[in-house]
Write a protein that binds this ligand. Structure first.
Ligand code: KDG
Length: 319
């Protein structure tokens, strides 16, 4: 049995070791990034069985992504290889202040060549839940259609679906981003926007109005990430606000939303048949902790906790 299938581009990430900026930094670390694979790894650490699918180049970067994800316990057996297009890479420039700057080299990548015909019924075999983000739909028309097809197939097969819009302004125009992201919301059961993404999609509204408006589009659960303010979950007729997990210093916010999503889904998946006020609160609390902890190290996912570690953090708070 597989708890979650996720589909989306993973890249090789090069990060500057120091903070002088890409122009002056001679040394980089190599690691793995990609919103969907960040969720896959973190959910695996939290005890779920996860299958990740994407299209990689037939190159050493693709080999590296497969062995890293496989080594973390993620099922990569359905990953596709494209003999003509390369695996994407991206660079993250850390600064001593503010969020890091990212530079993508992913135009015409193997994953941007993902086609609707690539999406196979077998990917869904024994799977309970599909997780997708708004990043892969931003790569190309065909990748967007592949994700839409996967969501429709999942719905038809009775899987539940989560969708994190993960707005990446560098990848597409505002107009296109808004229309495609809005069109995918009715296909999901769990919608996980940040408050700035909610504003981008709907214009300025109150937090409660965002919750209501998104619920009316079809999802059964809407989870709004409020950054340092924690998060708030909406289900039909009820809402729960969970306090933030406070950290004294933020090192790198990239990957925090994915850790949050994995934390939320890890509880949601155990309770989705009857999500109550209490289970929603537990899910949000775990998500807030995971999201906050992911800001404490430079990579996207490496420092994220296991289920045992997260349980001892939660137990420590209660004592
Ligand atoms: O959420 C983290 C991602 O942003 C990062 O891993 C890279 O997938 C990525 C993207 O497209 O920005």
């Amino acid at each position: 049995r597989t708890d979650v299938l996720t589909i989306g581009e993973s890249m090789v990430l090069f990060q500057t070791i120091g903070e002088k900026g890409i122009k002056y930094e001679p040394l980089f670390t190599k690691s793995l990034a990609g919103a969907e694979s960040n969720v896959a790894i973190t959910l695996t650490r939290l005890g779920k069985k996860v299958r990740w699918v994407s299209k990689l180049g037939k190159d050493p970067f693709g080999d590296y992504i497969l062995s890293t994800l496989g080594g973390e316990g993620v099922d990569v057996s359905y990953a596709l290889r494209d003999v003509e297009k390369p695996t994407a890479v991206y660079f993250k420039e850390s600064k001593s202040y503010g969020d890091p700057t990212v530079y993508y080299y992913r135009k015409n990548s193997a994953a941007s060549n993902l086609q609707p015909e690539d999406v196979q019924k077998e990917w869904f075999d024994g799977v309970k839940h599909l997780h997708v983000t708004g990043i892969t739909p931003a790569l190309s028309e065909n990748a967007a259609e592949a994700i839409r097809k996967a969501m429709k197939m999942a719905k038809d097969m009775g899987l539940t679906i989560s969708f994190d819009p993960n707005l990446r302004r560098k990848l597409w125009s505002e107009e296109k981003a808004r229309s495609v992201l809005l069109s995918l919301i009715p296909l999901c059961d769990v919608f996980l926007p940040g408050v700035e993404e909610a504003e981008f999609l709907l214009g300025q509204q109150s937090i409660e109005e965002y919750g209501e408006s998104f619920l009316q589009m079809g999802p059964k659960v809407v989870v709004l990430k409020l950054g340092a303010e924690g998060s708030i979950g909406f289900i039909n007729g009820d809402s729960v606000k969970a306090a933030p997990h406070v950290v004294s210093q933020v090192i790198d916010t990239v990957g925090a939303g994915d850790a949050f999503a994995a934390g939320f889904l890890s509880v949601y998946l155990d309770n989705e048949a009857a999500l109550t006020h209490v289970s929603l609160e537990i899910a949000l609390t775990r998500a807030n902790i995971l999201g906050a902890l992911a800001t404490q190290f430079k990579g996207d996912w490496e420092g994220n906790p296991s289920l045992e570690e997260i349980n001892s953090i939660i137990a420590g708070r209660v004592e």
